[in-house]
Design a protein around this ligand. Structure first.
Ligand code: IMP
Length: 183
């Protein structure tokens, strides 16, 4: 794992290694496989941040009879949540009667997750589950609890493995956290 990195003038330090990520992806994949083994689930990857996690998770789950969709909300700028959640775009699939698993990078206030679940429920799926790479329960404004969580973390700004700061850092193999006191 590389040492400190700088993104847009802010310093980030190593936080979760790629091997720790791989281990937890395997665990979450096993939980989802157990719950949906007899189903033909539809995995909905929330762009952009979840694309790396979703790619690893969906392959690790190993249910062949599945489909993958991609949706997008934009609700976050810089290092703090704006609190205004926008419209869901990109969902063209018919979800009627399907078992849906939403795959998200991070649940912070929970506002995005709650809105997404309600938008997806309106499409009459059989079930809706929510998997997240990271959960910051201390920042919750909704009390929302994801069904599957790879890591529960403190409410600090992180990037890497799909997560970004103003578009940067998504390509990093590992997860980094903003350095305390030095920014
Ligand atoms: P929520 O609606 O407040 O739960 O925000 C969820 C979205 O905020 C995520 O999908 C991310 O795009 C973004 N976000 C929240 N915390 C972070 C972070 O620490 N790093 C990068 N993006 C974050």
């Amino acid at each position: 794992m590389e040492n400190k990195i700088k993104v847009n003038g802010l310093t980030f330090v190593p936080f979760i290694t790629r091997s720790q990520i791989a281990e937890q992806v395997k665990r979450v994949a096993a939980e989802i496989r157990r719950d949906l083994a007899d189903s033909q689930p539809v995995f909905i990857c929330v762009l952009k941040g979840a694309f790396v996690f979703a790619a690893d998770l969906i392959r690790e789950i190993g249910i062949n009879d599945c489909t993958c969709s991609f949706v997008r909300y934009a609700s976050y700028e810089g290092t703090s949540t704006t609190g205004n959640v926008r419209q869901l775009v990109g969902l063209t699939d018919d979800l009627e009667g399907r078992d849906v698993v939403i795959i998200e990078d991070i649940v912070d206030t929970g506002l995005t997750a709650v809105k997404m679940i309600s938008d997806i429920r309106a499409m009459n799926p059989r079930s809706v589950r929510f998997a997240t790479l990271l959960h910051k329960p201390a920042s919750s404004r909704t009390g929302f609890e994801p069904d599957y969580i790879a890591f529960t973390i403190e409410p600090k700004f992180i990037l890497g493995y799909g997560l970004d700061l103003d578009g940067k850092g998504r390509n990093l193999h590992d997860i980094y956290v903003i350095e305390e006191g030095n920014n």
